[in-house]
Design a protein around this ligand. Structure first.
Ligand code: SF4
Length: 360
């Protein structure tokens, strides 16, 4: 290890917090094995040998969206032949089917639809609760919540209270992208910026909701943008303690407006997992999202800082519309096998990291 990594290694060994300059040094290094060794130390201290997964089902109710982020092919104008809207009866069927397959979580997100009103989203949550009362509803990114507040002329707090009353259990971490104005102006100029995203999660945490946080890397951002992003998340977590899991998202460019960019490499994926684990010392979990990294990198990531490999997913649309070549879902046996092969102990969890035990 070079001197900078050696010093960071010592800090992590002594459970001292690293600072933004240390984080810059981590990004500047290409000594992947050293990064992995330091990250693994932090990972095993928090989560031992366990690697978490869940049985979940993604429900993308509609991809109609007016925002037009350059990295996204999922969001489509209403007039597009690729636009869709699932009917309530179709979603009921999906909910029943997933619950019968043992799902403990529905992950529900969609585009910013110009016509749907807040009562549609309340109704959607109630519908899932009626067909699968025991399944946790992790729904709506901060971007959607901001939009619901605007279209209903209510405060974020009022919107969240109404959604909680309808069954909302927690919030996913999407929509953060890269939290600097420089990157926002380049690739998602029509979407909320960092301060609003953070404010919405702060309000959600204040209402007792847990949430996740993400970073979409591998497009136009630079290392400094990512250091700023991670620092903002760590600061909010110091304040509220409401984040559960950090999820670095590996950009899939193929069918997007940024298709000219090369996708992140496996080395870059592992590096982002490792650096997140080392810097975000107040996040209990770092997840590798196999849908975006691919299964092989996800398996390796379990020894580079990740302690969670996401879930079965069952039918992913957002990343696959961008051209992802991974499967749209994995059987639970495959997830367990991947984890065991990596030398980790598979542990099924629910959304809030309660351990799920099932009769053999
Ligand atoms: S990332 Fe979200 S807000 Fe942006 S275009 Fe896609 S669906 Fe719409």
């Amino acid at each position: 290890m070079d001197a900078a990594l050696q010093s960071i290694h010592e800090k992590v060994q002594n459970e001292q917090r690293i600072d933004a300059d240390d984080c810059r040094a981590l990004f500047a290094s290409n000594d992947l094995l050293a990064l992995g060794r330091i990250a693994n130390l932090a990972r095993e201290r928090k989560n031992g040998n366990r690697a978490f997964y869940n049985i979940n089902r993604h429900i993308n109710y509609s991809n109609v969206c007016y925002v037009d982020c350059k990295f996204c092919e999922f969001g489509q104008p209403k007039s597009s032949p690729k636009a869709y809207e699932l009917s309530m009866s179709e979603m009921e069927r999906m909910g029943r089917e997933a619950a019968a397959q043992g799902a403990t979580e529905f992950h529900i997100v969609g585009g910013l639809h110009p016509d749907l009103k807040l009562d549609y989203y309340e109704n959607l949550l109630r519908t899932f609760k009626s067909v699968a009362p025991g399944v946790h509803l992790k729904a709506f990114t901060a971007v959607e919540i901001d939009y619901f507040a605007k279209i209903s002329r209510l405060s974020v707090e009022e919107v969240l209270k109404r959604l909680i009353a309808a069954g909302l259990g927690s919030m996913p971490g999407g929509g953060a992208e890269v939290m600097t104005e420089r990157v926002r102006k380049l690739v998602f100029p029509n979407k909320i910026g960092a301060e609003r995203w953070l404010e919405i999660h702060r309000i959600a945490h204040g209402l007792g909701l847990r949430s996740n946080a993400t970073l979409l890397y591998g497009h136009v951002e630079n290392d400094e943008d990512k250091v700023v992003h991670l620092q903002k998340l760590r600061d909010l977590q110091d304040e509220t303690g409401g984040f559960q899991t950090f999820i670095p998202l590996s950009f899939v460019p193929y069918d997007t407006q940024l298709a000219h960019l090369p996708p992140p490499t496996g080395l870059s994926d592992l590096k982002h997992i490792a650096i997140s684990r080392i810097f975000l010392d107040n996040f209990a979990h770092v997840k590798v999202y196999w849908i975006m990294t691919g299964i092989k990198v996800a398996q390796l990531a379990l020894n580079f800082g990740a302690d969670d490999i996401d879930g079965t997913v069952m039918q992913e649309r957002i990343v696959h519309m961008a051209g992802a070549e991974t499967p749209e879902g994995l059987h639970v046996d495959e997830l367990v096998k991947l984890i065991r092969e990596a030398g980790r102990e598979p542990v099924e969890r629910d959304t809030l990291y309660n351990i799920v035990s099932r009769a053999a």
